[in-house]
Design a protein. Structure first.
Length: 284
């Protein structure tokens, strides 16, 4: 087991990560039918790729398949007004209460909110709050959605590395999420005014985040501005954007929010399922 982990870590982290990521970004968008069919065929062979819930059955390229949309009704939304829904499909990683400003990356590996968020006001807002880490595997649906009725007034892009974010790397690379490229999407809940921040974190082969409400692609060659004011309004479940391929989203909520029943490390969740309970004094 340790040998397999060593090999996995070597192959996915000790290679030129950013160069491979840029190559994959180029290669995945080749629209030649032979390249597309062989690439998707290999993907299906080595991963549990299920395209039955995709809106379309034909894809122009590997990238088109990665960023596929869902057919109508494929992800029913939890309608409990006392909950926030999962913004994406994923596997729950570390989650629970934030200890002051310390968050768990993996067992025995904490990181500090200031290192991740780079914003003292946000750090204080989420002190002793709640967080959920959602890891997207390569075969999952890669778009993410609004966890509630909300607005987005600001997005912050933080450039960085592209370490793999699989469980093996999370156990070996200290403060990994704080090293990687990431985007802070600050949402304000309609009605209560509470703020929920989504932090999509990039990884090797999967850097670049596309937000529907911004005109620019956020990626390794983006040079600013890092703080991007905006004004976007979303209803619960509305699509917000997507990873160019997939990675991790960390959800931060202030003190008073709590995990919904069944949300625990290792659990699979789908976009639209209940993720966080809203405090009784925070109606939506």
């Amino acid at each position: 087991m340790l040998l397999r982990e060593d090999i996995n870590f070597l192959l996915t982290n000790r290679l030129p990560r950013q160069l491979l990521t840029r190559f994959m970004g180029w290669f995945s968008q080749i629209e030649h039918p032979l390249v597309r069919d062989i690439s998707i065929g290999i993907w299906k062979r080595f991963a549990a790729l299920d395209l039955s819930d995709a809106r379309q059955s034909h894809f122009r390229s590997l990238h088109d398949c990665f960023t596929r949309q869902l057919r109508a009704g494929a992800r029913p939304l939890d309608n409990n007004p006392d909950s926030l829904i999962s913004p994406c499909d994923g596997i729950v990683g570390a989650c629970g209460a934030i200890s002051g400003t310390q968050v768990i990356q993996a067992k025995g590996f904490p990181y500090a909110l200031p290192d991740l968020l780079h914003d003292p006001a946000l750090v204080e807002y989420y002190r002793d709050g709640t967080y959920v880490t959602l890891r997207l595997t390569s075969s999952m649906y890669h778009r993410f959605h609004a966890p509630c009725d909300c607005r987005v007034d600001r997005v912050t892009y933080i450039s960085g590395d592209t370490w793999n974010v699989n469980p093996i790397a999370l156990k070996r690379v200290e403060k990994l999420f704080c090293k990687n490229e990431r985007v802070l999407i600050e949402t304000t809940l309609t009605g209560s005014g509470n703020r929920i921040t989504l932090v999509p974190v990039a990884a090797i082969l999967v850097a670049s985040v596309r937000l529907l409400f911004l005109d620019t692609l956020l990626h390794l060659r983006y040079r600013g501005p890092n703080v991007i004011p905006c004004r976007a309004i979303f209803s619960r479940g509305d699509e917000m954007g997507w990873f160019q391929h997939g990675s991790t989203i960390i959800v931060f909520a202030p003190k008073g929010f709590a995990l919904c029943a069944g949300i625990a490390a290792g659990q699979h969740v789908r976009m639209g399922e209940a993720l966080l309970r809203v405090p009784p004094s925070s109606p939506q």
